[in-house]
Write a protein that binds this ligand. Structure first.
Ligand SMILES: C[S@@+](CC[C@H](N)C(=O)[O-])C[C@H]1O[C@@H](n2cnc3c(N)ncnc32)[C@H](O)[C@@H]1O
Length: 204
């Protein structure tokens, strides 16, 4: 939700002062600086704004990756975007997301991150936590590990070039989805329905 909409819907009122004032200033001026809190709000397509953070060598201790689901918003779950995002994560920093999608997990692994499984807040399915160097990540179950060997683990890619520099992060959602479907059709990997049947059998 955009910060201004959050204010219009009175969502800041639940926080103690001075948090609502700081967030309101952030929404109106796009930056705020106080003794104990400073923030900058970057709007526009995250695939482009992330490039300026990478250029500044900006490093976060925590990243919460919260786009709409991969089928709805594949642009922010691609190998290319997650690779740039990972460059903004400090070595012991952690990236968390509600998604347990095998395609998303493959993209995190391909950025060189280690991954773990976490309980998704308010959700039945687990989420994912990732870090380069933080050692205490909760392990993936065997079922989750095997999910990464199936066609579902084929990741989303943004741009068709053979080299990373050719992948411009400008594709439309449909292009990214079709590219992945084509790759899945060609892939000899186990189908995700076979994997599910092996693990869940008659419970399906
Ligand atoms: C699931 S919402 C979560 C927003 C926020 N974390 C919250 O809790 O209110 C996903 C958001 O991603 C935004 N979004 C979709 N594609 C984007 C893109 N390419 N760049 C930046 N934001 C994008 C949508 O407009 C939407 O506000």
């Amino acid at each position: 939700m955009s910060p201004r909409q959050a204010i219009q819907h009175n969502l800041l009122a639940q926080w103690q002062l001075p948090i609502p004032n700081l967030l309101a200033e952030l929404a109106s001026k796009s930056q705020v600086s106080a003794d104990f809190f400073s923030a900058q709000l970057l709007l526009n397509d995250a695939r482009q704004t992330i490039k300026s953070l990478v250029a500044q060598n900006w490093q976060a201790d925590a990243i919460f990756l919260d786009p709409f689901s991969p089928p709805k918003c594949p642009q922010l779950w691609t190998v290319e975007f997650i690779n740039l995002l990972s460059k903004c994560l400090a070595p012991r920093g952690r990236l968390a997301t509600y998604s347990s999608s095998a395609a998303v997990r493959t993209a995190l692994l391909s950025a060189g991150l280690n991954i773990g499984s976490i309980i998704g807040a308010g959700r039945k399915s687990p989420g994912t936590i990732a870090s380069f160097e933080y050692k205490k990540l909760p392990k993936l179950s065997m079922m989750e590990q095997e999910h990464l060997q199936t066609k579902a683990a084929i990741p989303y890619r943004d741009g068709a070039g053979a080299y990373p520099a050719d992948r411009t992060l400008q594709d439309r959602a449909e292009q990214i989805i079709v590219r992945r479907q084509q790759e899945q059709q060609k892939s000899p990997q186990e189908s995700t329905s076979q994997w599910r049947k092996r693990w869940l059998g008659s419970k399906m």
